[in-house]
Ligand binder design. Structure first.
Ligand SMILES: [Zn+2]
Length: 325
C-alpha cells in the first residue's frame, strides 16, 4: 500500500499513527483487544510497512502478538464485526487493484454456467423420501458431538443412519448427494448417492461441485477445506464463506473455482498427504488469479477445521496464515 492509502485506511479504522519512519508506521495493534495480555496496546508495538510505488505488499509486524499480515488482520476484524465490509474492500482495492474488473467477471459467469451446465439435478421425489436431519434425534446428537450448530441440521438429510449433504450449484439446485456414514470401521464411509441407490435409473450430474458454493461471496476471502463438517464447524464459529471439495479436486472443480476469480483464498485442507496434494493443486492453478494463504491447523494442535475447539483457536490459525507468493 502507498503511504496515502495506508493513512486513509488507518483513519477509517480510527487508529492513530504514533510514528512514521519513512517506510514503517508505528501504531497500536488493531488485534490487541483479542491477543494482547492486557487487551490493549498503550505503548504501540505494531508496525505496518508502506511502499509508495505500490510494488510491495504492506507487512504487519506486531511485537506483542506476532501478527504479520494486513489482510489477515482485517479479516479477523471483519469476522469479529469490528469493521464493515467496505473497509476490507478498500484495502483489497488499494493493495491489489483490479477489483472492478473482477466484479464484472463475476456477473458474466452466471450466464455462462446456465448455457454450459447440462447436468441433471437430483430428482425432487428422492429429496422428499429422505428424512430431513432436524427430525432425527440421532443426527442431532451427532452434530452436537461435533460441536455443530443444530440449526445447520435444517440443510442436510439422513439416510441409513448417516448424513446426506446436498451439493448445490450456484443456481441453488441440488446436483449431488454426498453420503457420510457414521460408523468408523466401514470401508466406504463417503460416497455419492446415485439414482440406483433408490432403485431408479439415470445419473445425477456435475463434476465441478463444491459444498456450500451457493452461499459464497467471492469478493471476500474464501476458506477452502476438505469435508462438509469442516465447513459446518467454520459456520458455527461465524465464518460463512467456506467451501469443501468433498473428497477430491477434479479438473472441473479447479476450472469452476477459477471462473469466479476469487480475490483471496485461505487453503485449509488437512495436514496429511492428501491435504498437501490438494493444496499444491490449488496453488498451481490459482496463484496467478488470487491471493493465496496456507493455513496450518497444527498451530492449535488439531488436524482440520472440523476439530477446532474455539473461535479463538481459529483466529490463532488465521494469524499464522502463510501467504503463498
Ligand atoms: Zn498485536
Amino acid at each position: 500500500m502507498t503511504r496515502d492509502s495506508l493513512y486513509k485506511l488507518l483513519q477509517i479504522l480510527g487508529i492513530v499513527v504514533a510514528r512514521d519512519d519513512g517506510e514503517w508506521l508505528t501504531i497500536s495493534c488493531p488485534l490487541a483487544y483479542k491477543f494482547h495480555l492486557y487487551r490493549s496496546d498503550e505503548h504501540p508495538s505494531c508496525g505496518i510497512s508502506y511502499d509508495n510505488t505500490n510494488s510491495k505488499r504492506s507487512v504487519v509486524n506486531c511485537f506483542a502478538c506476532g501478527s504479520r499480515d494486513l489482510l489477515s488482520v482485517l479479516t479477523i476484524l471483519f469476522y469479529d464485526k469490528k469493521i464493515d465490509y467496505d473497509i476490507l474492500r478498500f484495502y483489497i482495492e488499494h493493495e491489489q487493484g483490479k477489483a472492478d474488473a473482477r466484479e464484472l467477471n463475476y456477473v458474466d459467469i452466471y450466464e455462462e454456467t446456465d448455457d454450459t451446465n447440462q447436468a441433471i439435478p437430483v430428482y425432487p421425489q428422492i429429496l422428499e423420501c429422505l428424512l430431513p436431519a432436524y427430525k432425527s434425534v440421532e443426527i442431532k446428537r451427532y452434530f452436537k458431538q461435533r460441536r455443530i450448530n443444530l440449526n445447520l441440521t435444517y440443510n442436510v438429510y439422513t439416510w441409513k443412519g448417516g448424513v446426506v449433504f446436498p451439493i448445490r450449484d450456484v443456481d441453488n439446485k441440488i446436483y449431488k448427494l454426498h453420503y457420510r456414514s457414521r460408523s468408523k470401521n466401514k470401508k466406504n464411509r463417503f460416497f455419492f448417492l446415485e439414482p440406483r441407490h433408490f432403485g431408479l435409473s439415470g445419473k445425477w450430474g456435475a463434476k465441478h461441485l463444491w459444498y456450500n458454493i451457493e452461499n459464497i461471496d467471492w469478493t471476500k476471502p474464501v476458506f477452502l477445506v476438505e469435508g462438509e463438517f469442516d465447513v459446518l464447524r467454520l459456520i458455527t464459529l461465524g465464518i460463512h464463506n467456506a467451501i469443501a471439495c468433498c473428497g477430491g479436486i477434479s479438473k472441473e472443480q479447479i476450472q469452476y473455482l477459477q471462473s469466479f476469480s476469487p480475490i483471496c483464498l485461505y487453503l485449509g485442507f488437512d495436514s496429511d498427504l492428501t491435504g498437501k496434494k490438494y493444496t499444491s493443486k490449488i496453488i498451481e492453478h490459482l496463484r496467478d488469479l488470487s491471493t493465496l494463504y496456507r493455513l496450518n491447523w497444527g498451530v492449535v494442535g488439531v488436524k482440520d477445521a472440523g476439530d477446532l475447539k474455539s473461535r479463538q483457536d481459529l483466529d490463532k490459525v488465521l494469524k499464522k496464515a502463510k501467504i503463498i507468493s
